[in-house]
Ligand binder design. Sequence first.
Ligand code: PHE
Length: 361
Amino acid sequence: MESLDAVSSEIIGAIAIADSLDVLEAIRIDALGKKGRISLMMRELGGMNAEDRRVAGQTLNKVKDDIANAIAAKQKILAAAVLNERLEAERLDVSLPSRPETDARLHPLSRTIEEVIAIFGEMGFQVAEGPDIESDYYNFTALNIPPEHPARQEHDTFYLPVDAEGRRKVLRTHTSPVQIRTMESNDPPIRIIVPGRTYRSDHDATHSPMFHQCEGLVIGDGIHMGHLKGCLIDFCRAFFGVDDLPVRFRPSYFPFTEPSAEVDIGCTRQNGALKIGAGDDWLEILGSGMVNPRVLENCGYDPEKYQGFAFGMGIERIAMLKYGIPDLRTFYDSDLRWMRHYGFLPFDAPSIHAGLSGGGV
Ligand code: PHE
């Protein structure tokens, strides 16, 4: 047997100078592990006679305890040192200036939709929604656009594959199907707007296969063209922030409204620059009309009792006009430089009340 004293003081000495928990653990295994030096000595006790074993055993146990205690004590010291080192390294200097945050921007389309909702919200409209994938019935037939009607051609419809029942669903070409859905499941009076995505197979600087519209529908007792005009004049003035904005109603045709009117706003064009407001030119911004009695009947309403008006506008178009965005395709390019230029800080107060307060509402 090695001299126990020599082994013991060598181990205790190693513990004293151990400078990391890893080194300490290696010492522990080397001394007290299964095949450690002290453990092996313990095993040798088995071959001794009873008296020798008693004496050697006592000494060995004491050495073993001393080593274990020394390791435990050193472990505490080293663990504390590790903690201190970490605290030192992670020290926070709260007096340092903060890193600049990149502030996010609201997409002009989100902002425009918010503005439209805010304006109509003040007039008592509620927001309604419907599915992007529509049945032929809601997108066309119920809106008085039967199969073979020429208006269907104008919609450049995206058709889905024929389903199990032999029907072809469509990507809705306008938000007008939500008029039908709302009338079917609600009783008058109705006053809704429907902002949402719409789809047409068309792609150039002013058309995108996916775009946004906002529909409007008012149904009640005794609703007439005067209501339609007042509501839309107020909206246009509020939205563009021009109190005396000229608004013109031009006769038009939609299968689901009768009579129908296209709504134009006044503008001037000088050296290619467009200015919205009084001037000698006009810009078309939305379609509108009195709800066709056939559409009311399709929804189970008695046209003798209820009348209403509807309108629909392209969100991209009014956003381009209000914010001077020249190319519609850029709305969907996800170009951060574009967003930084045309986007809005979320906390910018929307300037939407000029027309409504100006109109005395
Ligand atoms: N749905 C029409 C379109 O997409 C717009 C419209 C809506 C016109 C409601 C009149 C009334 O062109």
